[in-house]
Design a protein around this ligand. Structure first.
Ligand SMILES: [Ca+2]
Ligand SMILES: [Ca+2]
Length: 453
């Protein structure tokens, strides 16, 4: 058994009783009674919002805004034609990374594996292989030519696992988007006078995006055909994972990409579809997507999903991204303050949790010292396929908002992704409670004004 090199603590990082006492029954109660209720209360705007914002709105952009509420409900749009089938996760497969000079034949002959799919990346070969009945993963991992090997496990989208997708808001209305409170408390209008993320590529590994959406049009770098993964978000009207919900993840990637461009309107989004419309992907898809993100020059990689367990292959991929000076941001999960999920907990990724637009920790957000940063993730209005706008809440929304901030710093200071993350952490603002995250919640304007390159 190969042990993974990690730092950080996945244990209990929070005192729920303390949270309850200091921050009111709304927070403590929802942590206790379950995620579906807590998320419902967030979406209907009942999580307490009585405090003053911790960031003062700048005078230049201060304007009277009507207090907005999610308008709720709405019909699911008609399903579009399905033209992409993602590879299902399988316990009968292994994903292996070997040096380029080593032939896959070596693995076939020595371990009885059969190549299903192979990609070359960074001088190495990434393989998806069928395993024989008496397969021994430990023996494969100990092979000196094998850099990483894992069973090809299932990967789930955070919001789908907690039955949260979003609300239909109606047609594209840019004026409404601009009135969101979180844009104001983050002082983004002022930050955009210093930087917009121009020249920065943010890879969004998700369900793909609606490439025609007005919020995204002209801001996309699309994957060329023939790579095995695509950029477009599509839906099939089928309950692919047989959980009783049909296409429950559809729109997730479009929404996530829209969050990033609201923060960094000059950045280019590279959508990589690694999760299907029911919110299910595989470790293979993720690893393949990460290799494409690196190969296509991403400066920032956004991972708004969590995995059921840590993975040697994922750690190796994150180390490679880090070596390429890429900032990898991962959602901490919506399972409560003491339950941040991998890969947000990896030492080689930047974990991102959620706060309200006042900087109050979201009751359902993964938190703790192992989660470096937080960003607004409650009732965020963003793009939805078909030119629409939906509200959604979750660390999936907070993560691309933080990723957009990293893009602003890369542009503003002409630094690489990893330096930009350090600057963003150094400029972060305290949350309520202040010990919730490793550094605090993102404050791009402070980092743009005061950071050292
Ligand atoms: Ca389903
Ligand atoms: Ca489906």
């Amino acid at each position: 058994m190969v042990s993974l090199s990690r730092t950080g603590n996945r244990g209990s990082l929070f005192d729920r009783g303390r949270l309850f006492r200091e921050f009111g029954p709304d927070m403590g109660a929802v942590v206790g009674v379950g995620l579906i209720l807590s998320l419902g209360s967030v979406l209907f705007g009942s999580v307490g919002c009585a405090e003053e914002p911790t960031l003062s709105p700048p005078s230049s952009s201060a304007h009277p805004t009507t207090e907005w509420e999610p308008t709720g409900g709405g019909e699911m749009p008609p399903y579009m034609e399905f033209d992409l089938v993602l590879v299902p996760a399988s316990e009968l497969e292994v994903v292996v990374r070997i040096p380029g000079p080593i032939s896959p034949d070596y693995l076939e002959e020595r371990y009885g594996l059969t190549v299903v799919e192979a990609v070359t990346t960074g001088g190495e070969t990434l393989l998806r292989m069928e395993i024989p009945e008496d397969f021994d993963l430990t023996r494969l991992r100990q092979d000196p030519y094998v850099r990483s090997a894992d069973l090809n496990s299932e990967v789930n989208l955070i919001e789908v696992a907690t039955l949260l997708v979003g609300f239909l808001e109606g047609d594209w209305q840019p004026g409404v988007v601009e009135e969101q409170k979180w844009l104001e408390t983050m002082r983004l209008a002022d930050a955009h006078q210093f930087a917009t993320g121009e020249g920065v590529t943010i890879a969004v590994l998700d369900t793909g995006v609606d490439i025609e959406h007005p919020m995204l049009a002209g801001r996309l770098q699309l994957l060329p055909e023939g790579l095995g993964l695509s950029s477009a978000e599509t839906t099939d009207g089928i309950d692919n994972d047989e959980d009783g919900l049909v296409d429950e993840a559809y729109g997730h990637g479009t929404h996530v990409a829209g969050c990033a461009v609201q923060v960094a309107p000059g950045a280019e989004i590279l959508p990589i579809r690694v999760i299907n419309d029911d919110g299910v992907g595989s470790l293979w898809d993720i690893l393949h997507g990460l290799s494409l993100a690196i190969d296509f020059g991403a400066d920032v990689i956004n991972l708004s999903f969590s995995m059921s367990d840590e993975s040697e292959s994922m750690e190796v991929a994150l180390i490679d991204a880090s070596a390429a000076r890429i900032a990898v941001l991962a959602a901490a999960g919506n399972y409560g303050n003491d339950d941040a999920r991998y890969p947000a907990t990896s030492a080689h990724a930047v974990g991102v949790g959620s706060v309200s637009h006042h900087g109050k920790v979201s009751a359902w957000s993964g938190a703790g010292s192992v989660v470096s940063l937080a960003a607004p993730g409650e009732t965020i209005l963003s793009a939805y396929p078909g030119g629409e706008l939906w509200y959604a809440s979750g660390t999936s929304m907070a993560t691309p908002i933080a990723a957009g901030c990293v893009a602003l710093l890369i542009d503003g200071w002409l630094v690489d992704g990893r330096v930009a993350v350090k600057q963003l952490k150094a400029g972060a603002t305290g949350t309520k409670p202040p010990w919730a995250f490793g550094s605090g919640w993102v404050d791009p304007l402070t980092a743009l004004v005061s950071a050292q390159p």
